[in-house]
Design a protein around this ligand. Structure first.
Ligand SMILES: C[S@@+](CC[C@H](N)C(=O)[O-])C[C@H]1O[C@@H](n2cnc3c(N)ncnc32)[C@H](O)[C@@H]1O
Length: 292
């Protein structure tokens, strides 16, 4: 899903000045690590217009004052701000070439090792999971790989996001066909219940593998709460961060990932300019990252 306001109907919306934009950018960065490029002014005006008119404010300066007052005490407006600034675009089976590598390289590796040692455990962290399509996709792939053997495995997929709204949707596990636009039909019929009227509910066997929770990747104490992982997925999340924040988050991933672990990021998110803590491994269609 995406929470981008379409912009229509706000032709009289209040304009943001460069100074106000910079102040708002600092507040957002401090809150979430999300860094707004200069060309995001129009996006801000589009997304914030309904909130500013709801609060009956006359300028961004008034809104910034309002935010500053709330930052001192209540978290309510900060949560509202989070909803306005995050981009939650996602879908089931997003980036199939990458998922093929996840299946044939990463999972095969961990399944073979687990069967050999008898320690059948896989812990996955989906960081920035949006409305759940990514962690549920990983759970479906695990079912497809392990079939009946899955009952012999301890599988834990920890899925987090900063946005309460998307986490609520994820926990419900109810989707429209749009979320399933790149999902094969046989997978839809096997792992979803078609409730009619374009409503598809994820099956309990998939749902029970995933636990959702709120975290802010900008907070060290939140990162430390996550159990150590064999595999981390953080796709299309760090793209919104500046270099300093990317470095910090990748440091957190390095501390979380077990030595044998594999890290997946989005296909446009190269790590070599940001950190030297991971070495890349090139595959057809994707790169996996491994601790040095
Ligand atoms: C574009 S979605 C990516 C969803 C999924 N990983 C995928 O690739 O399909 C980015 C998600 O990152 C989350 N996010 C952004 N900043 C965050 C932060 N500081 N802490 C945790 N999650 C954050 C957003 O709320 C959003 O749901």
């Amino acid at each position: 899903m995406t929470n981008l306001f379409p912009g229509k109907g706000f032709s009289n919306r209040i304009k943001i000045t460069q100074n106000e934009f910079m102040q708002l950018r600092d507040i957002i960065y401090e809150l979430s690590g999300i860094y707004l490029q200069d060309n995001r002014k129009f996006l801000i005006e589009n997304r914030f217009a309904p909130r500013i008119s709801e609060l009956e404010l006359n300028s961004y300066t008034e809104y910034i004052d309002y935010l500053r007052n709330h930052i001192k005490g209540k978290t309510e407006e900060l949560n509202m701000l989070t909803e306005l600034i995050t981009t939650n675009e996602t879908s089931f089976f997003r980036d199939n070439p990458q998922l093929k590598v996840f299946r044939n390289f990463t999972l095969k590796n961990f399944i073979d090792a687990g069967n050999k040692s008898g320690r059948r455990e896989i812990k996955i962290w989906s960081a920035g999971c949006s409305s759940g399509e990514e962690p549920y996709t990983l759970a479906i792939i695990l079912h497809e790989m392990l079939k009946k053997e899955i009952s012999k495995w301890r599988i834990r997929i920890t899925a987090n996001d900063i946005s309460d709204n998307v986490l609520k949707m994820a926990q419900k596990g109810i989707y429209t066909k749009y979320s399933l636009r790149t999902t094969p039909e046989n997978i839809i019929s096997k792992y979803f219940t078609d409730k009619g009227n374009d409503v598809f509910q994820i099956n309990p066997d998939v749902k029970r593998l995933v636990s959702f929770g709120k975290i802010n990747l900008n907070l060290d104490r939140d990162l430390k709460r996550i159990p150590k992982s064999h595999i981390i997925f953080c796709r299309n999340v760090i793209i919104y961060f500046d270099k300093k924040m990317k470095k910090k988050v990748l440091e957190g991933f390095c501390n979380n990932l077990l030595d044998v672990g594999h890290l997946y990021v989005g296909h446009s998110e190269a790590l070599h300019t940001v950190t030297d803590k991971f070495k890349p491994k090139q595959h057809t269609g994707t790169i996996t990252y491994h601790k040095i």
